[in-house]
Design a protein around this ligand. Structure first.
Ligand code: BTN
Length: 251
């Protein structure tokens, strides 16, 4: 692959950094174009949810990628994003995190970061807008998020240094992205993700996909990042959904 050199554009306010990167990609932006905003007025999460993004309370970051790997491995982009955030929070804030499939970062079992990867078609080919939202302070969490979410400041007891997190994130993302393009890169990414996730194996979970709820014990990942689940009726592989509740399992 070509040298990967992210270039950051900064904004005070945007509806959504993902939308801005998609707009610039449509105008022919190169891979590595990244956007960060102080606030988002229409931040988006997975499954059509809203990502509440008050001024200064989070790192709202998106980057344009044009991966040169097999399309069936593109889901691993969200896995390198999770690994990069995990590296960045450890390096910049001394914070250890867990990864919940498919790509939530947790601190003390509460969500501290969400990842939204969207495939786009442009005149120069297909690409991915990778969006990352990291909660830096919890001041603006609405009451319904209080028990499920946390922030860097709440988890470490210290104010978060946004620039330090951003710089560690961009460096980590560059490293993981280059690694993903190596011949054994996908296997290494999956192995590292599994080693950092308490959800990868042996956890009794309920997974919600649309209106369907499926229960089972996690049994690792497929090569494309699908979650293997041992259910009452056999082993299945889930490619979408949300782990909504967990219990530790004996098996
Ligand atoms: C999720 O967990 O549902 C994913 C949340 C992703 C939020 C980030 S913040 C930066 C980027 N811009 C958006 O509108 N969304 C992503």
């Amino acid at each position: 692959m070509n040298p990967f050199k992210p270039k950051i554009r900064r904004y005070e306010s945007l509806p959504s950094t993902n939308n801005e990167v998609a707009r610039l990609a449509a105008l022919g932006a190169d891979e590595g174009l990244a956007v960060i905003a102080e606030e988002q007025t229409a931040g988006r999460g997975r499954l059509q949810r809203t990502w509440i993004s008050p001024k200064g309370a989070g790192l709202y970051f998106s980057i344009l990628l044009r991966p040169q790997i097999l399309v069936d491995r593109w889901p691993l982009i969200t896995f390198i994003a999770a690994l990069s955030v995990s590296d960045a929070l450890l390096e910049a804030c001394g914070l250890h995190t867990d990864i919940k499939w498919p790509n939530d970062l947790l601190a003390g079992e509460r969500k501290i970061c969400g990842i939204l990867a969207e495939v786009i078609e442009t005149s120069t080919g297909r690409g991915i807008v990778l969006g990352i939202g990291i909660n830096l302070t919890g001041e603006a969490f609405p009451p319904e998020l209080m028990s499920a979410a946390t922030s860097v400041a709440d988890s470490t007891g210290r104010p978060a240094d946004r620039e330090a997190v951003l710089s560690a994130l961009v460096n980590a993302l560059s490293r993981w992205y280059v690694l993903l393009h190596e011949s054994d890169g996908p296997e290494k990414v999956l192995a590292d993700w599994i080693s950092r996730s308490s959800y990868a194996s042996g956890k009794l979970v309920n997974v919600l996909n649309g209106d369907d709820m499926v229960s089972g014990i996690t049994r690792g990942l497929e090569a494309d990042g699908a979650l293997r689940l041992e259910t009452e009726t056999g082993l299945i592989s889930l490619r979408a959904g949300d782990v909504v509740s967990v219990r530790s399992s004996g098996g």
